[in-house]
Ligand binder design. Structure first.
Ligand SMILES: [Zn+2]
Ligand SMILES: [Zn+2]
Length: 132
C-alpha cells in the first residue's frame, strides 16, 4: 500500500497514512469555513487508527468543538489538520496538507446549503444539502 505524508505549514507536524480513503469530498459546512479559513475544505475520510503521527505530537493541539468532532491543528502555525469524529472513529483529513497527490479525487460537494454566498459552484460533481 502506497503511503502518503501530510504536514502542517511550519513542518512541525508530520502524519503518515495509507493512500486508501473511504470517501473524498468538498465540505461547505460552517465549521469548515471557520476552521480552514477558506470557502470550503476538501476532506478525505479514513479510520483514525490508520493515521500515524510521525512527528510533532507536542505541536498538535486539539479543539473540542462539541460533543462529537475534535479538531486537530498545529499550535505553532495554525494549519488545520483534521476533525476526528469520536463516535465513528473517522478522521476527515484536510487534503490541502498532503505532501503528494492521493490516487482518489473528490467525488461530491456536501453541506452546499451553507456554502459561502460568494462561492460559485461550477463543476458537475453531485451536490448534497447536508450529508450524502
Ligand atoms: Zn505547524
Ligand atoms: Zn465541513
Amino acid at each position: 500500500m502506497k503511503q502518503l505524508s501530510s504536514s502542517c505549514l511550519c513542518g512541525a507536524i508530520v502524519l503518515r497514512l495509507p493512500d486508501a480513503f473511504d470517501y473524498m469530498g468538498h465540505c461547505h459546512c460552517g465549521g469548515c469555513h471557520k476552521f480552514s479559513g477558506a470557502d470550503y475544505a476538501t476532506v478525505g475520510g479514513l479510520d483514525a487508527d490508520k493515521v500515524e503521527l510521525m512527528k510533532g505530537g507536542a505541536a498538535r493541539a486539539l479543539y473540542q468543538k462539541s460533543a462529537e468532532p475534535q479538531l486537530a491543528f498545529c499550535r505553532h502555525c495554525g494549519s488545520s489538520l483534521y476533525p476526528l469524529k469520536r463516535s465513528s472513529g473517522k478522521l476527515n483529513l484536510r487534503l490541502s496538507c498532503l505532501d503528494e497527490a492521493p490516487s482518489m479525487s473528490p467525488g461530491f460537494h456536501l453541506f452546499v446549503g451553507s456554502r459561502a454566498p460568494w462561492h460559485e459552484m461550477n463543476d458537475t460533481r453531485p451536490q448534497f444539502e447536508t450529508h450524502p
